[in-house]
Design a protein around this ligand. Structure first.
Ligand code: NAD
Ligand code: UGA
Length: 455
């Protein structure tokens, strides 16, 4: 029986390995992490991340052919294929701070693999990395070591949070970048065989390592660019009385443009879009391509503009002051069906409102734990309330930050009755029934549409 190891038991490592274990009963799959609490949670019935269908998926293989452990060295010794899925956040210090990827966790794993390997290994980059990272990895792995051969592949992950299980079960494509050498091709084909247990061969794409590394950054940059493009037009819609949903529908029906990822919003969040675009920007700057860097940087600038524009609109609609007013932030996760709040627009919006001395109360069905950590420095200025009805009670305004399905079916008549008047709703996701809310008595401010106001 072959052994697959994954270093890093996070949002990507955990779900991906649970799917491989389920679909490949002939492999033993071990997931290791330095975070002992995280490993313990993976072995429990309260997983460290919230993802629909994940608990059931993990349970199917746990302790059969799926194991979680903190023993990184032993995992490495036993493995034939090693996935590296550690975090690669934006650097916060030194050269490239605020842009470049922080590769310290990545490099540490390379050294650990080298130190503990006694047999040949296929090492798979699962984390999102700057182009040509594989080259650095190979240099570290082979330095002073001629007995063990390491073949490095790039196999980026395209799953989205909230739909991770579905995306892993039925991926648009699996990308495997490898070197055009005999050992490179053999490694590519060994990894393709793993995925072929459930993914049609036609969707398993093999490319060079560099194309694969760049494709991951490019895919996220293109997706984020679509959101910034439609969000830029939402600002123009609000000035011209065009409706951004109608515009998105009209352009999205052009098969060349396509309809997905055209929902205007308060802004995109998540751990990767901003980080990966900034990584791309830094790479372009590094290679002297300043115009290309500026082009992509604008996607991030537009996103920050959209978040700030949302709060400025709230303040202006509420008679140019929110000081002392209770404002209920509906949703803190960066999207529905996840408890993840990394780079969530709700963070920037809540902080902006707190700076304006509003009394902000945050509600969310899954993300309040993370929200508390994100805003810990704000102390008394922010409160947290799991029940949306209680959060709304006594508020002057609701600000919808996450498109949770349950927010669509709340009893807004009851909510309205318990709010201060005039009552406002700012729908940062365009996910509520605006006409109905207006008829209840709310002053409704969507994104990229004419507000429905009684004032
Ligand atoms: P994460 O922070 O949730 O998980 C990373 C894990 O790696 C952590 O649990 C950390 O403790 C562990 N780790 C760090 N150094 C280690 C070491 N030396 N040994 C063992 N474990 C170590 O991150 P994530 O969201 O799973 O992202 C991982 C990578 O995948 C990133 O490069 C990210 O860009 C990429 N990615 C993420 C997503 C997503 O939806 N989150 C999707 C596609 C790609
Ligand atoms: C994104 C990509 O979709 C994945 O393919 C990729 O693997 C992943 O990043 C990654 O590399 O981490 P994710 O961030 O989990 O996945 O979620 P998305 O569904 O892409 O949403 C990102 C943000 O954009 C959310 O805040 C979402 O609300 C927002 N969004 C999305 C919009 O504002 N409008 C849209 O039309 C679509």
């Amino acid at each position: 029986m072959k052994t697959i190891l994954c270093i890093g038991a996070g949002y990507v490592g955990g779900p991906t390995m649970a799917m491989i274990a389920r679909k490949c009963p002939d492999y033993r799959v071990i997931v290791v992490d330095i975070d002992a609490a995280r490993i313990k949670a993976w072995q429990s019935d309260r997983l460290p991340i919230y993802e629909p269908g994940l608990q059931e998926l993990v349970q199917l293989s746990l302790n059969k052919n799926l194991f979680f452990s903190t023993d990184v060295a032993q995992g490495i010794r036993e493995a034939d294929i090693i996935f590296v899925s550690v975090n690669t956040p934006t650097k916060t210090f030194g050269q490239g701070a605020g842009r470049a990827a922080d590769l310290q966790y990545w490099e540490k794993t390379a050294r650990e693999i080298k130190a503990n390997s006694t047999s040949d290994k296929i090492v798979v980059e699962k984390s999102t990395l700057p182009v040509r990272t594989a080259e650095a990895m190979e240099r570290i792995l082979h330095s002073g070591n001629k007995t063990v051969h390491f073949e490095v592949l790039s196999n980026p992950e395209f799953l989205a949070e909230g739909t991770a299980v579905k995306d892993l079960e039925n991926p648009d494509r699996v990308l495997i970048g490898g070197h055009a050498t005999e050992t490179g091709r053999r490694a590519q084909s060994a990894l393709a065989d793993v995925y072929a247990n459930w993914v049609p061969r036609a969707r398993i794409l093999t490319t060079s390592v560099w194309s694969s590394e760049l494709s991951k950054l490019a895919a996220n940059a293109f997706l984020a660019q679509r959101i910034s493009s439609i969000n830029s037009l939402s600002a123009l819609c609000e000035r011209t009385e065009a409706d951004v949903t109608e515009v998105a529908r009209a352009i999205g029906m052009d098969a060349r443009i396509g309809s997905r990822f055209l929902n205007a919003s308060v802004g995109f969040g998540g751990s990767c879009f901003k980080k990966d675009i900034l990584n791309l920007v830094y790479l372009c700057q590094h290679y002297g391509l300043s115009e290309v860097a500026d082009y992509w940087e604008q996607v991030v600038t537009m996103n920050e503009y959209q978040e700030d524009r949302f709060v400025r609109k709230m303040i202006s609609a509420m008679f140019n002051t929110v000081a002392g007013k209770r404002i209920a932030v509906f949703g803190f996760a960066f999207k529905a069906d996840t408890g993840d709040t990394r780079e969530s627009p709700a963070i920037r919006v809540s902080r902006f409102l707190a700076d304006e001395r509003a009394a902000v109360v945050v509600t969310d069905p899954e993300a309040l734990g993370n929200a508390r950590k994100d805003l810990v420095d704000l102390g008394e200025k922010i409160s947290f309330e799991p029940d949306p009805y209680k959060a709304a009670s006594g508020s002057h305004a609701l600000a919808v930050m996450t498109d949770w399905a349950e927010y669509k079916t709340l009893d807004y008549r009851k909510i309205y009755e318990n709010m201060e008047k005039p009552a406002f709703i700012f729908d940062g996701r365009n996910c509520l029934n605006h006409q109905e809310l207006y008829e209840i008595g709310f002053n409704v401010y969507p994104i990229g549409k004419v507000p429905l106001s009684h004032l």
